[in-house]
Design a protein around this ligand. Structure first.
Ligand SMILES: *Cc1c(COP(=O)(O)O)cnc(C)c1O
Length: 436
């Protein structure tokens, strides 16, 4: 199925890709199956815009799923990466930039005294869990339904992101033993949390402080504080996965916004500025458990890669306090505009949920407080709306269970154009009462 977009070249590439890449892609959500169309192959990015292989231009609200807080091909970041590449792409030996980046992260994140870099958020999560288990001598980990922490075996149970999109409860190939050490609790449900902490000896409670992989579903008042209290009461470590929220919602991530501190923090996406980099960080005595200062093994051929470090440093250098205020107000304007657009289209029932630098348009008339609520949305209408947006030059995350990522490259004029496209797309869906 396709929209009215010209997509001859994309279709051709997709046909070829299907022969050599499972599903034609290297990560599931890119296939756009959840919105009932074929993927769009990208030729280049310029600021807030994507150009596809057929010559279509889109205002991009995926921005590589979060890393590109300065938009595509920011000249300072491109220059930093180019300069680093010319000096050698990888050494398997320490480089000065790694120390500089660690100092910059530690300056921003209060709860982080030391960190270990990895190439992906998934690896950082694996390391966080291994550390928590080593530190507590316990195995079980509590996670929340709809949260996504990468494709770590044990944490795929009731995970968000691509799993939610494909409606997979978990994944075949995950050993029962791995799933058995995971306890899954509904998000924003204090009673279930307390019960689970009471019942199980937990190594860790792991959470996205601003869950954004079931769509954006912020914690209710006091819920993050309760995570901290319950972790302490149960002798578990609190692992906050700030792969999305870190360096986005505030300089010091969701921990700065909420005042709730983690024992272990997982970072990624913006940290690598569009190149593969992530990290796990925490108090020095915990982090020193990692080899070679301690016995908990962890390693990576490309960990702390000079190109990724250069991109991360350049990205963070461009993130000062005024830029956070600007991103927050830009996001607010977009969220308000999308609400207005739905209202203008005869009161189309959506819940627009936003935080600084990200938002989700839920196709429902009820508040979304949990994965269950998110799953109850009108996925068909959401999919149709996304296809309408694409045909009007706006590239939204192609799934109800993801967040929009506006960037600092998005101009007020581009935000207004997005709102107009959204309004026309709501109108095109017709009367919500009639089904779609
Ligand atoms: C993207 C993401 C991850 C996984 O990071 P990868 O680099 O894709 O492995 C982990 N946690 C959260 C919250 C994420 O959004």
């Amino acid at each position: 199925m396709t929209t009215s977009l010209t997509d001859t070249r994309s279709s051709e590439l997709y046909r070829q890709a299907l022969e050599v890449l499972p599903g034609g892609v290297n990560s599931p959500v890119r296939a756009m199956r959840a919105i009932g169309r074929d993927p769009i192959f990208i030729a280049r990015g310029e600021g807030a815009e994507l150009l596809d292989v057929d010559g279509n231009r889109f205002l991009d609200y995926v921005c590589s799923w979060g890393p590109l807080i300065h938009g595509h091909a920011h000249p300072r970041i491109v220059a930093a990466v180019t300069e680093a590449a010319a000096a050698g792409t990888s050494f398997g030996a320490p480089t000065p930039g790694e120390v500089e980046l660690a100092l910059e992260v530690i300056r921003r994140m209060d709860s982080v005294d030391m960190l270990r870099m990895t190439s992906s958020g998934t690896e950082a999560t694996m390391t966080a869990i291994r550390l928590a288990r080593a530190a507590t001598g316990r195995e079980r980990v509590l996670k929340f339904a709809g949260a996504y922490h990468g494709h770590v075996d044990g944490l795929l149970a009731q995970a968000g992101s691509g799993l939610a999109t494909q409606a997979l409860p978990s994944s075949p190939g995950v050993p029962e033993s791995a799933a058995a050490s995971t306890v899954v609790v509904p998000w924003n449900d204090p009673h279930s949390l307390a019960e689970a902490v009471d019942r199980y000896e937990l190594a860790a409670i792991i959470a996205e402080p601003l869950p954004a992989n079931m769509g954006l579903v912020p914690p209710r008042d006091g819920f993050l504080e309760l995570l901290r209290e319950q972790a302490d009461a149960g002798g578990a470590l609190l692992v906050l996965d700030e792969v999305i929220s870190g360096f986005r919602v505030a300089s010091g991530g969701a921990q700065e916004l909420t005042g709730v501190s983690a024992d272990i923090t997982i970072m990624g996406k913006i940290l690598g500025g569009g190149l593969p980099a992530a990290a796990v960080g925490g108090r020095a005595e915990l982090m020193r458990m990692l080899a070679p200062s301690g016995e908990v093994y962890q390693a990576g051929t490309l960990s702390g890669n000079p190109l990724a470090v250069a991109a991360g440093l350049a990205t963070l250098a461009l993130l000062d306090e005024p830029s956070y205020l600007r991103l927050a107000s830009l996001t607010e304007r977009l969220a308000d505009g999308l609400r207005g657009a739905a209202a203008a289209a005869g009161g189309y029932p959506v819940e627009v949920v936003s935080a600084p630098g990200l938002l989700t348009v839920f196709f429902t008339d009820r508040p979304v407080l949990s994965f269950e609520d998110a799953q109850a949305c009108d996925l068909g209408a959401h999919a149709a709306w996304c296809r309408e947006l694409l045909s009007r030059g706006v590239y939204p995350p192609p799934s109800q269970f993801e967040a929009w990522f506006p960037s600092l490259a998005h101009t007020p004029e581009q935000i207004e154009r997005t709102i107009e496209a959204a309004a026309a797309s709501f109108v095109a869906l017709g009367d919500p009462g009639q089904g779609s």
